[in-house]
Write a protein that binds this ligand. Structure first.
Ligand code: ATP
Ligand code: MG
Length: 414
């Protein structure tokens, strides 16, 4: 892509009412626009990053047998009344609206109820199980506070997968499998070293559920980390229990602040009881379907990555989520222009993702933009460099410039 095609512009300042560092940087670099507190638009660069995060998650969900769907955001009151979650006292984050005829509707805060109801049309026999539908869907939650930028939206993206299994045993095997897939997601996103599988309370059908918590000074959650075992315990479990069955003792745990980037939960028959979702087993007996739910917040993850890797010059994306791999800067007259055009074509044809700064701007402005945008590698073409048959190559993370021949440059990026 060429910078001249990007309609967004970078800015030296963020909106005065934006207090979070992730949103400040993402707004300044033109990735997102702030509509209101907790509500952000994704602009071209932001849409690419969000898409790359989703692609990693999608691959891992498909890898454990998931099938992608897309459910509606408008939801029926009756469906939610069946589980008792329509009431604002039970679900305190509801956004609700009405049809012209007065019928009340909800704006999806999550999708257990509508999906359980939908699956009644497709599950009747043991032969129909297990199944793992999932989606990337906007959720609406009237969060009380929204000062963490993309990390706590009132309208935000969620990946939600739901498992429908014959029994607890089949469920437990899948729960382990998806737990491993979650660990792979965070490590592929560059967060593996600081993300902990965290024991949380489990509800009626399992002693524990699990949160995936990423250490961050701006996290809203407190967790207790066991460095040696690479696990953690959330505050609720820490306060409520003797921790013997987890094989850890209180004095081995270190208190840290963290962000919940995902969670996995055994629902059991809570929703199949409420919405009457059954199957007939091998012996012809009717049984409840055994369920689980598995969330990840791609927009929260994007905010977290933005904030975690940033430095005083701006964003620093890990390579696999960066919107482009190379920021190509051209400086100088006709020769530099022709040469940069040609290098852009060659890199693009080799499959290298390049953002080409084809504007007639000062070099300083171009460098500052490439740093603010956090593109992993900057490549500079100038009249002076051309005379020496060299290119400047500057990794964003180190900021250290190397002078390379064309062959060396293409080898590095290939
Ligand atoms: P939290 O305790 O942070 O409010 P939650 O327990 O309400 O999270 P879930 O309902 O389990 O979260 O949602 C699944 C995932 O969606 C979470 O693990 C998180 O990554 C993401 N998520 C939840 N709420 C938000 C939000 N307001 N903005 C962005 N992402 C969110
Ligand atoms: Mg919540």
């Amino acid at each position: 892509m060429k910078v001249s095609q990007l309609f967004t512009k970078t800015s030296k300042t963020a909106p005065a009412d934006e207090v979070s560092k992730n949103a400040q940087l993402l707004i300044r670099a033109g990735y997102v626009n702030k509509e209101m507190a907790g509500v952000y638009d994704y602009l071209p660069l932001g849409k690419i990053v969000l898409g790359k995060i989703m692609d990693v998650i999608r691959e891992e969900m498909n890898g454990v047998g998931g099938s992608e769907i897309s459910l509606t955001a408008l939801q029926q009151k009756d469906t939610w009344e069946a589980s008792g979650r329509w009431s604002d006292d039970v679900m305190d984050v509801w956004f609700k609206t009405r049809l012209a005829n007065g019928t009340e509707l909800g704006l999806a805060p999550t999708h257990e109820e509508p999906l359980t109801k939908l699956m009644k049309g497709f599950i009747s026999s043991y032969k129909d199980l297990p199944v793992y539908p999932y989606q990337f869907q906007i959720k609406f939650r009237n969060e009380l506070r929204s000062k963490s930028g993309l990390m706590r939206g009132r309208e935000f993206w969620m990946k939600d997968l739901y498992s429908f299994s014959r029994n607890q045993e089949e469920h437990d095997a899948f729960y382990e499998k998806i737990s491993e897939a979650y660990a792979r997601v965070y490590s592929r996103l560059g967060l593996g070293a600081i993300t902990y599988k965290t024991f949380a309370s489990g509800g009626s059908f399992a002693k524990y559920s699990h949160e995936f918590q990423t250490l961050s000074p701006v996290g809203e959650d407190k967790i207790y980390v066991h460095e040696g075992k690479k696990i953690a315990i959330n505050e609720e479990v820490y306060n409520d229990e003797v921790l013997a069955d987890l094989g850890v003792s209180r004095n081995e745990l270190v208190e840290r602040t963290a962000v919940e980037v995902g969670n996995i939960f055994t629902l059991g028959t809570k929703f199949s009881d409420a919405l009457d979702l059954n199957y007939t087993d091998e012996a012809g007996k009717s049984k409840r379907v055994f369920m689980g739910s598995y969330g990840i917040g791609p927009s929260r993850v994007m905010g977290l990555i933005a904030e975690h890797f940033a430095d005083d010059k701006g964003l620093v994306w890990p390579e696999n989520v960066a919107p482009f791999t190379v920021y190509l800067v051209r400086i100088g007259g006709e020769a530099a222009v022709a040469h940069a055009d040609e290098l852009y074509d060659e890199m693009t044809s080799k499959g290298i993702e390049v953002l080409y700064d084809d504007r007639d701007e000062r070099p300083g402005a171009k460098f500052a933009d490439s740093e603010l945008m956090g593109i992993p590698y900057r490549v500079t073409v100038s009249d002076r460099l051309l005379e020496a048959e060299r290119y400047e190559y500057t990794p964003r993370a180190s900021g250290v410039t190397e002078s390379l021949t064309r062959g060396q440059l293409l080898a590095k990026l290939g």
